[in-house]
Design a protein around this ligand. Sequence first.
Ligand code: NAD
Length: 480
Amino acid sequence: MHVVPTGLFIDNEFIPATNDATLELENPSTGGHLATVSAAQSVDIDKAVQSSERAFSTWKATSPSSRRDLLNTLADLIEKNAAELASLESLDAGILYRDSKGFHIPQSIENLRYFAGWADKVDGETLTIPEGMAYTRREPIGVCAAIVPWNSPLMITIWKLAPALAAGNTLVIKTPELCPLFGQKLGELIVEAGFPPGVVNILGGLGTVAGAAISEHRSIRKISFTGSRAVGSQILATSARTNLKRVTLELGGKGPSIIFADADLDNALFWAGLGITLNNGQVCIAGSRIYVQDTVYDKFVKEFSARSANAVHGDPLLPETTKGPIISAGQRNRILSFVDKGKESGATLLHGGTALDGAGHFVANTAFIDVSQSASIMQQEVFGPFASIAPFSSEDEVIAKANDSAYGLSAAIFTADLNRAFRVTEAIEAGQITVNMWGTVNANTPFGGLKESGFGRDMGKDALEEWTSVKSVKFNLMKR
Ligand code: NAD
């Protein structure tokens, strides 16, 4: 049996935290104690940043082809260790083993290989100026940090690690306090892949301690943050108060799934259902607002409810389980508090609305129908298996409703009309819109939000540019 190291991963070694500070981890599917890991303190963050500073001068000078090869080796090792990584994500994050192994891990590998391919193509432009010529260089930013959430921890970490390292930065990663085990394993794989010490440091710890110390640190030049809007705005404010480090924010969402009457209803039911039940709706792009055209509304609602009753909840490691636990008792209670808010708003509970049996934190698939546009369950991110459904009659009406949100991360539309698809995708304010499907993520396609869903992009060439600084170099070729 392999034992995952529990220390902080700094300089390619696992070490205890200052004062032996620890985090106690719970298995959310049983409520029982799972493990104890080190919890980084402010001093430890400083130690990690110093390590990354030492590594930066050599890493940025490492040939792009060597960086490419190391990223590809890490991809190979993640593939080889997929079963263990998926088990770890199931044990502490409650993610279904088959989702982690079948989606999160392949997505992580795809991103590593995609950005490995970019490592030797981070080029600038040649420009003509009246004085002679100029060119631009895309240079690494320096010591950067990634602060990641608990809902897809490995995949989101790799979305940041792969382009950061391809571009020549060094990276301090703060793993989520509820589920840091993937990061402990990732540290081992970083060493096995052959990355020099300090290129990647991985620290578990509390957001209010370790995350806050990263925000405050004056030697960190950039933070790529994925998490809640509340914490994202704190990080941005701290950057403004300290060293104006660059900040990119991937925050929450309240994604609309819009079903027009001409859509293939069976297909729309499949994707709209997946959009709010995948990982128990603990997904930033969850399709948590479902707008259905009035002529097919009753039919959709009836079938949507029938399909959602099929979930089998239990141990996320087991193949028969289709619904894992909510990450924590706190999150479960938060989701259930929205059931009361839904009832108070006058909406009708279609199904669910309760905790499910078992010692872990299980919540039934829940949906309200006839939800008013102003209801808190139509406006606030629940981050659970919780759908708010409402009818609409016209295209203009549903576009206005979809855009009536503080968030702008994702949207899905379902229609057989190509012209309508073009019109609606253009009109909707979201960083990602899918047509006749929900929620795909691809390594070559930029991903991120508009409005209060944040700014900056993960994945795609746009993400690579986020991890570089551009420098203009100008030559005077004229005689004086
Ligand atoms: P969170 O904001 O509570 O925590 C995210 C990370 O920030 C964790 O590592 C946490 O330890 C850290 N943190 C907490 N307080 C901090 C502080 N004061 N300073 C610095 N760091 C701090 O979010 P969460 O509950 O872990 O994740 C759920 C949220 O993440 C949801 O809102 C979801 O929509 C969002 N999310 C967004 C995306 C996206 O790509 N847009 C992807 C996944 C999740």
